[in-house]
Each structure stands twice: as C-alpha cells, then as structure tokens.
Ligand binder design. Structure first.
Ligand SMILES: [Ca+2]
Ligand SMILES: [Ca+2]
Ligand SMILES: [Ca+2]
Length: 451
C-alpha cells in the first residue's frame, strides 16, 4: 500500500515537473518541436491523415479491452516495437468504418501498411492473440452494425511485409479468445444465440432458423479452420458475461453467465475436452437435472473469489430458515452462495467457499466451511441473523448484522458494535450467546462490501 502511494506521488511529481517545464518553454516560445510522446502521437496522426483525411473522424471500439480509436499497444509485425491499429469513419460519407494499420521501421516515419473500408458502422471489439502459433500476434476485429444486427469477424495476419485479411463472414453474439487447447496458441470461440422466426397465420409458430451454438476456430496455413462445434442451451436469451479464465491447472475455459427465458441466471462452462471429443459444455444439455448454478440474483457472475487464479462459479445455497414457514429467498437479492470451481477432469463443481450476500444492504459475509449444517438464517429488510441449528429448530443466536444510519445506530442499535462504516451507512453487529466463537476481528475479516 505504502509503495503504491509512493509510486503515485512520484508519477504525480514527474507529471507536474514535466508539465511545468514544457509550459515554461511554450511560454518562452522556444519550443520548436513537441516533446516525445506528443511528437509520436502527432507523427502517427499525420500518417493516418494521409488515408483518413485531415478531419480524422475517429471510431472507438464499443467493447473489449481496447477502447481507443488509435491503439498503440500491439506488435503485429513481430519487430518487438509497437505498431498501430486505427479506426476512422469514411472522411466523405462519415458512415462506414475504416481500419488502418501503421508501422514504423527503425528511425523511419510511421506509414500505413494496410487500410480497408468495411460495410459496418461500428467496431464491436479488438483483440490481439497468436492464433497460428508463430510467436507473433494477429489482430482480431469484430465488426458490427445496429441496422439488421449485422456482425462479422476478421483476423488480420501480417507476414512478409504484407497484411492479409481473413474474413470469417460469420455473425456472432459473443466471442472469446484464449488458449483452450493448451498448445500455447490461441483459439477463437464464436457464440451464437438461437435464432427463431415466427410463422403461421398469426405468427404464433416459432421455427428455429439457427440453433444456439459455439464454434471454435484457429488459424492454420493462413486460413481459418473450424476445430469443433457444439450446440448450446436454446433457452438462453442473453449472455450477460463471458469470461475466459483458467478453471483448473492448465485448463482454460469460457464461463458463460447467462439469462434464460424464465428470468433465471445461470452459468455454463464451455471447454475443450480433448482432440477426439472437442468442445464440451458443463452441465451437459442432455442432463435431466437442473443446472445447479441457477440463481435468483442476476448480479452474481463467475469470478476468482479467492485470488488463486482459478475461476469460481456462484451456485445458490439454501440455509435452513430460523422460523417455520419463512422463506429464505424473500428477496432475490439476498442469497447464500456457494462458490465452486470446475474440475474438468471429473466434470464436477467443487466447493471453494460460501458466503451470505445481503444484496439489499450491499455487503457479504463469509460462512465458515463446516457451518452449513449447524446454522440457520433469518433475513429481514436491513437485518441478517444467524442462529445455531440442531436440524429441527434454531438455538442460540450467533450474530445479528444490521445496516443503519447514525440515528438508528444511537437509538435502536446502541448495543451493537460497528463492523464497518461506509460514509453515512453503518454496518453493526450484535453477538449472541452461541458457543461458536465468532468475534468482532474474525467477522471483520469475513465481512466485505459488494463492489
Ligand atoms: Ca501469429
Ligand atoms: Ca490453443
Ligand atoms: Ca479462485
């Protein structure tokens, strides 16, 4: 923490000194050429203007990790110096998006090595990855157009001083890039929702035009190659979050957090099983059992909860209710979650941790492993109470957490200890007579605000 602050201070000081310095020179009218960074940026812009026109009507990618219109962080030539990918609108019509690739050979000027106008009005996303395993990144661009919901993917591969455009001519809803096969080169996953069409006299019959599916591609001999395809859940209407992450040692998978027709949120894991079986989906669609990741809280998505580098998936857990007839799930926002990681070898989810999420009050509190059979819960509007549980009825109270303002804290809850103070909001706790041994320092560790 201290180091971070120091770094920040240093950065700030340097920025301050330099800005002061250049301002001084500028004032004196002595500045013949702009300083380094600005100079490079200017040179890139000047080179870009030779194809994009003087106005430079730039276009910014809508999603993904790179949102700049002039992306300067990739090395697609393999020269170990950064190259540039830029997006701009047609200078005449202002409509179609153009892409331009620029490089700079040692000490020489920036020049445009490839430029193309696409029949799309937006750039969905850009990513850089080595799809053919030659050690140099290719550029993947997802093109889109809100009219008619058109989309397409192109991969740009630079070799022998030439840029090749590989147009997949494939629409998609979601895409993911990662090394799913474990051979150190990347694959592309295209994920499409089921497309249906109404037919019949009243338009009531729905026929499937294209099924929900995922396809995996790589680049081989300068051509795109489909490695595997799999049918996906047709009841999914939206992929809320698509995460590429390591799920267990050496296995990178794609977690699809999705919303279904019946307003449930669930997670499906798309992974490459092996060369024979190709892509696999967990849980498999043929299974009779409901997807165990189905949950009421639509805001809960897969993430690495414990920081071990492996992804965890939220599954809903039901603690017994402290009072008969009381439903745990009184608000879809307050839920108990078991975070699980995917064991690809045995195709199962393994418990990592549990937490009670008080979504309405914006916090969560971890539940120690082993407590699940020994505790029961009562959740109120601004209150969460945990009791001991003997399998039939509740015993002593372990703790009660309330979320209150200052006045409530001083009047209603004056016997409570403060767990956390979030500006105007207080999270306070009252410990019961339980022998479970929960105390304030431990509970403080278990407690966290929902980001
Ligand atoms: Ca490559
Ligand atoms: Ca691979
Ligand atoms: Ca983890």
């Amino acid at each position: 923490m201290k180091r971070k602050s120091l770094l920040f201070l240093l950065t700030f000081l340097i920025a301050f000194l330099f800005s002061g310095c250049s301002a001084m020179f500028l004032d004196a009218g002595n500045l013949m050429s702009p300083p380094g960074a600005t100079g490079t940026r200017q040179e890139i812009q000047n080179a870009l203007k030779t194809v994009a026109g003087d106005e430079l009507n730039l276009c910014y990618p809508e999603s993904g990790a790179y949102r700049s219109a002039i992306i300067t962080v990739s090395d697609f030539t393999g020269s170990r110096k950064n190259d540039v990918v830029a997006f701009y609108y047609n200078p005449e019509t202002g409509e179609n998006v153009n892409v331009a690739f620029l490089t700079q050979t040692d000490g020489e000027k920036w020049k445009v090595v490839f430029q193309k106008e696409k029949a799309f009005s937006l750039v969905d996303r850009v990513s850089f990855s080595d799809f053919d395993g030659d050690g140099v990144d290719e550029i993947l661009i997802g093109w889109g157009s809100p009219i008619g919901q058109k989309s397409d993917i192109c991969i740009y591969d630079y070799s022998d001083g030439k840029m090749a455009e590989i147009d997949l001519e494939l629409p998609y809803n979601e895409l993911a890039v990662g090394d799913f096969t474990g051979d150190s080169s990347s694959e592309l996953l295209l994920i499409s929702l089921a497309k249906t069409e109404s037919g019949g006299e009243n338009g009531e019959t729905l026929s499937v035009v294209s099924p929900a599916q995922a396809s995996m591609y790589d680049l081989f001999g300068g051509k795109i190659r489909c490695l595997s395809q799999i049918e996906l859940d047709p009841s999914v209407i939206r992929y809320s979050l698509v995460t590429v992450a390591e799920v267990c040692s050496g296995k990178t998978a794609c977690a699809l957090d999705c919303a279904t027709v019946n307003s449930r949120t669930l997670t499906q894991i798309l992974y490459f099983k092996n060369a024979q079986e190709g892509l696999s989906l967990f849980p498999a669609l043929s299974e009779e059992l409901p997807n165990e990741t189905e949950r009421s809280a639509a805001y809960l998505f897969s993430k690495d909860v414990n920081g071990d580098g492996f992804l965890e998936i939220p599954t809903q857990y039901y603690l017994p209710s402290a009072y008969e007839g009381y439903n745990n799930e009184i608000s879809p926002l307050d839920i108990v979650v078991s975070w699980k990681r995917f064991d690809a070898e045995n195709e199962q989810l393994l418990l990592v941790s549990r937490e009670i999420i008080k979504g309405r009050d914006g916090y969560s509190v971890s539940l120690p492993i082993g407590w699940e059979d020994k505790v029961c819960i009562y959740v109120g509007d601004n209150m969460l109470t945990l009791y001991e549980w003997d399998g039939v009825e509740h015993g002593e109270m372990i703790y009660q957490i309330v979320c209150a303002d200052r006045t409530e804290l001083e009047t209603l809850y004056n016997k409570y200890e403060i767990l956390y103070n979030d500006g105007g909001k207080y999270y306070a706790v009252l410990f019961g007579k339980s022998s479970f041994g929960m105390d304030l320092p431990t509970l403080k560790e278990y407690f966290s605000l929902i980001s």
